[in-house]
Ligand binder design. Sequence first.
Ligand code: DX5
Ligand code: ZN
Length: 226
Amino acid sequence: MGFSRNGRNLLIAPSILSADFLRLGEEVKSAEEAGADLFHLDMMDGHFVPNLTFGPPVVAGLRKITTLPLEAHLMVLHPEIYLQELADAGIDRVTVHVEATTHLHFVLARIGALGMKAGVALSPATPVGTVVDILDMIDLVLVMTVNPGFGGQSFIPHSIKKIAAMRTLLDEAGARHIRLEVDGGIKAGNLARVADSGADTFVMGSAIFGDRPCSTVFGEIRAVLS
Ligand code: DX5
Ligand code: ZN
């Protein structure tokens, strides 16, 4: 499973945010057939970010049509409210924003207690060091490469330095099992540069669920990652 570049295992995580929600099942199946490694599900509450999406019932529906891992990217305040329902719906990993909860350690412990994997997401202005004291509770760090809330935004150039700094932090902590995911403005055209700065898991929304068939886009991804 996955892709590779310079001997590193890399994963592509389509975000369904840009999919046609009236044909969501078909969109997910075609991304799966084209080579998706997991699905990234953006949940927004209209408070942490100025947008609304979907919640656990959509996850339960997706769980019935794909065996690929499902990760929830919670862009919500009070993430603890939704954890039991997400576990019941069959989510594999829940990623919460460092900025969205006062009690990050408590929330991560709760995710683990419910049998799910945990990730933490950092918005662009949040320093990489905020993850240092919870590394033993997570299997993924998500470095946002746009401000959270909407698909189709441009990659923030400073993110390259931030990804490299997070890569160094994880390596020096001996935490190489923790995936370093990037989200926002990722396209086949910048994948190589972002991968070479240290990311290993790539969320792609509008690039995959855009105007062109996702098999074409996965062809372009393969040309870069092999
Ligand atoms: C934005 C979301 C992203 C979004 C990415 O807040 O977290 O997952 O779907 O979309 P693109 O790939 O279009 O930037
Ligand atoms: Zn996301």
